[in-house]
Design a protein around this ligand. Structure first.
Ligand code: PLP
Length: 396
């Protein structure tokens, strides 16, 4: 018989859990969009959006999901026929590359596979081979939500500098912003984009493209068209121009509340530290489950794991059974595998641990997964929840 009664729990790598406070902030009548509190409030979003990314540069808001932010970043910096280099470490940068191809951009992909981060020496070789400086931009993700690897963004920037290459450095932080440590300016990222529905805890529907002065230079030779143009959105005194039409009124009320929680109450550094501890608890759990069994973390080197999501391997066909049991018997939704093919798609799943998350939530997820394994007679090592609770207990 099912135990599925009570509040359902979503543990997927986006959308993440929406805090009740964010939902409540959105629950209001349509506001005046010409003047007054909404218009004043929007001005307050920008300093906080900058604080989350550790940047003093500009940020444009789009009524779009992450794919829209990808398109905006491409349209503002590149033209059809331009060449770009894409570092794939799972699925997402590669999908972004496919989008670039659809705009006629000439795309060179280096695919590091499902279990590795981008290797700076291979990037260096590719840039050195580009003797005519044809590569206009290097694209990658910070955290790849399919493999759960994290790329070493400062090391990749250093490589671009050391080869004296002039390419723009564009980084997708859709899964990682507000979760994994990130410093746009100190790390030399020229264009960064993110969505609101992962670390920023707001229902999917708005996204952000950040750009520095070098990216603004690139914008001058691109033809983004009106809707995607980040200049029109960021250099205007007209409120409606910031959104090229009606503002996403309720989303921005939700975002205001989420930024209050993240920037003004918890603090971004504390949020990074919380994500690290929670991720460590997840990793210790997976390690215990894996003792003498087939369960393991997809990314072997801890230093190369995102703190926002974990991809784990199980025995053949066990992962879908665990997901199904958790969903129907316990009200827990886990992430499907992405980017794995054939038999591999049947032995992976993902745990999202991003955003609005505390010990009862993560222990609930891990404890429920262990319950599923017991119910399904899936072999798993012991001591996992004890190891996880010790890590949470040690959080300073
Ligand atoms: C979720 C995600 C995307 C896609 O975002 P959508 O809002 O679904 O378009 C892109 N990149 C990464 C790294 C993601 O995690």
């Amino acid at each position: 018989m099912s135990l599925n009664f009570g509040r359902p729990l979503l543990s997927i790598p986006g959308p993440s859990i929406i805090p009740d406070r964010v939902l409540n902030a959105m629950h209001r009548p349509s506001p005046n969009i010409y003047e007054g509190p909404l218009v004043d409030m929007v001005d307050t979003l920008f300093p906080d959006l900058r604080a989350v990314a550790k940047t003093k540069h500009q940020v444009a808001i789009y009524i779009a999901n992450g794919h829209g932010a990808w398109e905006a970043a491409l349209k503002n910096t590149l033209n059809a026929g331009d060449k770009i280099l894409v570092l794939g470490t799972g699925k997402f940068a590669i999908t972004w590359a496919e989008m670039a191809e659809s705009h006629g951009i000439n795309t060179q992909v280096i695919d590091f596979g499902m279990q590795e981060d981008a290797d700076p020496t291979i990037l260096a070789d590719a840039l050195k081979a580009d003797t005519k400086d044809e590569i206009k931009a290097v694209l990658t993700v910070q955290a790849d939500t399919a493999s759960s690897v994290i790329n070493d963004i400062p090391a990749l920037r250093k490589t671009i500098n050391e080869t004296s290459h002039n390419a723009l450095f564009m980084v997708d932080c859709i899964a990682s912003l507000g979760c994994d440590e990130f410093h746009m300016d100190d790390w030399g990222v020229d264009v960064m984009m993110t969505g609101c529905q992962k670390g920023l805890m707001t229902p999917a529907g708005i996204s952000f493209v950040y750009f520095n002065d070098k990216a603004s230079q690139a914008r001058k030779r691109a033809q983004p068209g009106e809707y995607w143009d980040w200049v029109l959105r960021t250099q205007t005194d007209l409120f409606y121009r910031q959104f090229d039409g009606t503002a996403p009124t309720h989303h921005i009320y939700g975002l205001r509340e989420a930024l209050d929680m993240l920037v003004h109450e918890e603090g971004i550094e504390a949020a990074w530290a919380r994500h690290k501890t929670i991720a460590n608890a997840v990793w210790a759990t997976i390690e215990c489950w894996g003792k003498g069994t087939e369960i393991s973390h997809n990314i072997k080197d801890k230093a190369k794991r995102s703190t926002a999501v974990s991809t784990l391997k199980t025995g053949d066909s066990e992962a879908p059974k665990i997901r199904k049991w958790c969903e129907s018997n316990a009200g827990l939704t886990l992430g499907i595998p992405l980017g794995f093919e054939g038999k591999d798609a049947d032995c992976h799943l993902r745990i999202g641990h991003m955003g609005h998350l505390n010990p009862p939530m993560i222990m609930g997820t891990l404890g429920t997964m262990e319950t599923a394994m017991k119910a399904l007679d899936i072999p798993h090592g012991s001591g996992a929840l004890s190891a996880a609770s010790q890590i949470l207990a040690n959080h300073k």
